[in-house]
Design a protein around this ligand. Sequence first.
Ligand SMILES: Nc1ncnc2c1ncn2[C@@H]1O[C@H](COP(=O)(O)OP(=O)(O)OP(=O)(O)O)[C@@H](O)[C@H]1O
Ligand SMILES: [Mg+2]
Length: 280
Amino acid sequence: MNSSDGHPVPPTGTEPAPGPADPSAIVPIDDAVVQVRHLSLYYGDSRALSDITMDFPRNQVTALIGPSGCGKSTFLRCFNRMNDLIDGVRTTGEILLDGQDITDPAIDVIQLRRRVGMVFQRPTPFPKSIYENVAYGLRIAGIRDRATLDAAVERSLRRAALWDEVCQRLHGSALELSGGQHQRVCIARAIAVDPEIILMDEPCSALDPRSTTRIEDLLGELRGDYTIIMVTHNMQQAARVSDYTAFLYEGVLIEFGATKQIFTRPRRSETEDYITGRFG
Ligand SMILES: Nc1ncnc2c1ncn2[C@@H]1O[C@H](COP(=O)(O)OP(=O)(O)OP(=O)(O)O)[C@@H](O)[C@H]1O
Ligand SMILES: [Mg+2]
C-alpha cells in the first residue's frame, strides 16, 4: 500500500515514529558506494527503521551512533541481509550497492556477503587453526591452490596487523589467542575475500584499551581501501576513527555529515544532546 506521495504506508498498529530528519542535516556524498532510499524496517508490526535516506561514501569510515535500541545494529544488518535470518522482518525502500538494489529478494545473498563482510561485537574465531580461520571464505569460494591460499592468508594477516604476532604459529588453534588477537583474526578473515564493504558492530566493546587502540589504528590503515560502516557507543572512538557520522534516534536518521562537523557544529539539537551525553 502506498500513500499519495508514493511512499509506503506502515501497517496498521504501528507506533507513530518521529518524522524523517530535516534534509538539510543530511549531507550529499559525491562518490557513494551505497545509497539508502526511504528505507523502513519492521519487526512484525513494530517499525525499527523509519524512512532512512542517506549515502555511504566509498572507501571511508562511517560511524553509526545513537542510544541503545535506536536501530544501529538493525540498520547495519540490512547491508548484508543478515535480517533475513530473523522471522517476520520486512523492509520497504531501497539499498543500492553500486546501483543494484540489495533488498531485492532475487539477489544472490552468498555473493552479496562476499562483497559485504561483517565483524561482530564478540570476536567469533572458529575452532580451527589461525590459517584456516583466515582461509575460510576463500575455501568456500572453491579456491584450493596452496600458494594462492598461503599468499592470501599472509596478506590478510598483515593487513589486520597480526602477521608478526602469529606467523610462527599459523597452524595452531585460533582459540588460543587473546581477545584482541581474536578480533584481528576476524578482521583478517573478513578482508581475505576482498570485500568492498566491511560492517563492524561495536568491534571494540569486548576488548581492553590496548587492543582497542590496535583496532582503531587498523581502521585508520584500512580506510582508503575499504568502505567501513561501524557501530560504536564510544563517542571518542567515533570522533577518532570515522570520516562521516550518522546519528540515529528511534529508528530515524536525525543527522548525517562529516564527523568533524557533527562533533563540533551539529545542525540538530538532538545530535548535540546525544554527543554531549545529555541522554542515551
Ligand atoms: N530480532 C528482533 N525482533 C524484534 N525486535 C527487535 C529484534 N532485534 C531488535 N529489535 C528491536 O528493534 C529496535 C532496534 O534494535 P537494535 O538492536 O537495532 O538497536 P541498537 O541501536 O543496535 O541498540 P544497542 O545499542 O543496544 O545495540 C529495538 O527496539 C529492538 O528491541
Ligand atoms: Mg546493537
